[in-house]
Design a protein around this ligand. Structure first.
Ligand code: NDP
Length: 332
C-alpha cells in the first residue's frame, strides 16, 4: 500500500517537498469496518487551507499524517453488514491506495447509474456546491445576468450551465486560458467568456456585461470580486463560494477596494459552505443526474495517473492545469 502524507506546512505556493509518498502495510479491517482498494482520488482547492495550521471550517491536516479527502474505491474485505466485496464506495479518507473505513462512513454508489468519477465531481460535492450556491445562496431568478469566475473548473462549469438551463438571460465566465474560454462558449453554452490574463478583469467584465450583472458566483475573490462589484446591478447578489486567488497569498489581498458600493447598490454578499446544504442533495441528484445522462449538462475531468503524482496534480490544480474536476486514477 502507498499513502501521501503532509511532510511540512507550506508558506505561499506549496511545493512537492511539502508531501511525503510512503509505502505501508495493507491495513486490516476490524469489526464494523471494510477494507477499500481506492480507484480514484479527489484533488480539491480546500486542501490548501487544511495544509496550514490556521483554524478554519475544516480541521488542519497533521504533519506526518495522510492527506484526507474524497476517494472512491472497491470493497475488498468487509466486516460490516450492508457492504460486500465488489461494492463501490465513496469515503473521505483521502490519498492512499488502501483504506480501512468504518462501514457507516462508506457510502455505496451505483456504478451503473453514472461513471463512478461523477460521484466525486458533477454529481458529487463540486456539483452540489454549484447547485447550492446558485439556487439557495444567490437565489437565481429568471432573466438574471450571471457571472461565474474559475468558470472552467469543477464548480464553475456546473454553476454556469445550471444558470443557463434555469432561466438566466446571460451567463458570463472567466478562466485562465484561451482553450478554456473556447470550451465555455462553444461547448458549455456560456454567452460570453474571457481570459482574465489578457486584460484587467474590470474592463473585460464590463465589456461582456453591458447591462450589468445580477448574480456573481465567486470562486476567485480579489480582482474578480472587485470587477463584479463594479458591474453589479441594483440589488445584485454575490454568492461567495471560494477565493482561490488568496489561498497562497502571504499578505491579505487589498481588493475589493470598492466595497462601499454595497450601500448605493444595496447588494447582498453571502458566503456559504456546501456542508450546510446537504439537505438539497436528493433534489440536486433528481434534477441534475438526468441532465448529465442525456448530455444537457456537460462536464470534463482532468486525470492524473498514479498515487505518486497526487501532489503534482494538486499543485497543477492551483495553477489551473485542470479543465473541470481534477482527479487521480489509481487503477487501469
Ligand atoms: P477548480 O476545478 O475550479 O480548480 C481551481 C481553478 O482555480 C483552477 O483550475 C484555476 O483555473 C483557478 N485559479 C487558480 N488560481 C487562480 C487565480 N489566482 N485567479 C483566478 N483563477 C484561479 O476547483 P473547484 O471547482 O473544486 O473549486 C472552485 C472554488 O470553489 C474554489 O475557490 C474552492 O475553494 C471553492 N469551493 C467551495 C466550496 C464551499 O463549500 N464553499 C466547496 C467546493 C469548492 P484558471 O485556469 O481559470 O485560472
Amino acid at each position: 500500500a502507498t499513502e501521501v502524507r503532509l511532510a511540512s506546512r507550506p508558506h505561499g505556493m506549496p511545493t512537492e517537498t511539502n508531501f511525503d509518498v510512503v509505502d505501508t502495510e495493507v491495513p486490516s479491517p476490524g469489526p464494523g469496518e471494510v477494507l477499500v482498494r481506492n480507484t480514484w482520488l479527489s484533488v480539491d482547492p480546500y486542501m490548501r487551507g487544511r495544509m496550514s495550521s490556521a483554524k478554519s471550517y475544516a480541521e488542519p491536516y497533521e504533519v506526518g499524517k495522510v492527506m484526507h479527502g474524497g476517494a472512491i474505491g472497491e470493497v475488498v474485505e468487509s466486516h460490516f453488514d450492508g457492504l460486500a466485496p465488489g461494492d463501490v464506495v465513496l469515503h473521505g479518507l483521502g490519498w492512499r491506495t488502501h483504506a480501512v473505513v468504518a462501514g457507516k462512513h462508506a457510502a455505496k454508489v451505483d456504478p451503473d447509474a453514472a461513471p463512478v468519477t461523477a460521484y466525486l465531481g458533477v454529481l458529487g460535492l463540486t456539483g452540489l456546491t454549484a447547485y447550492a450556491g446558485l439556487f439557495d445562496v444567490a437565489g437565481l431568478k429568471e432573466g438574471d445576468t450571471v457571472f461565474v469566475s474559475a468558470a472552467a473548473g469543477a464548480v464553475g462549469s456546473v454553476a454556469g450551465q445550471l444558470a443557463k438551463r434555469n432561466g438566466a438571460a446571460r451567463v458570463i465566465g472567466s478562466a485562465g486560458s484561451a482553450e478554456k474560454v473556447r470550451w465555455l462558449t462553444e461547448e458549455l453554452g456560456f454567452d460570453a467568456a474571457f481570459n482574465y490574463r489578457d486584460a484587467p478583469v474590470t474592463e473585460q467584465l464590463a465589456a461582456a456585461a453591458p447591462d450589468g450583472v445580477d448574480v456573481y458566483f465567486d470562486n476567485v475573490g480579489g480582482d474578480h470580486l472587485e470587477a463584479a462589484i463594479d458591474s453589479l446591478n441594483l440589488h445584485g447578489r454575490i454568492a461567495v463560494c471560494g477565493m482561490i486567488s488568496a489561498y497562497n497569498a502571504t499578505q491579505p489581498p487589498a481588493a475589493p477596494r470598492n466595497l462601499a458600493q454595497i450601500i448605493a447598490k444595496r447588494f447582498t454578499m453571502r458566503g456559504f459552505l456546501v456542508g450546510d446544504h446537504y439537505h438539497l442533495r436528493s433534489r440536486f441528484l433528481a434534477e441534475v443526474a438526468p441532465m448529465v445522462a442525456d448530455g444537457r449538462l456537460r462536464y470534463s475531468e482532468t486525470v492524473v495517473a498514479g498515487i505518486r503524482n497526487a501532489p503534482r496534480a494538486f499543485l497543477d490544480l492551483l495553477e489551473g492545469a485542470n479543465t473541470g474536476k481534477m482527479l487521480v486514477r489509481l487503477q487501469e
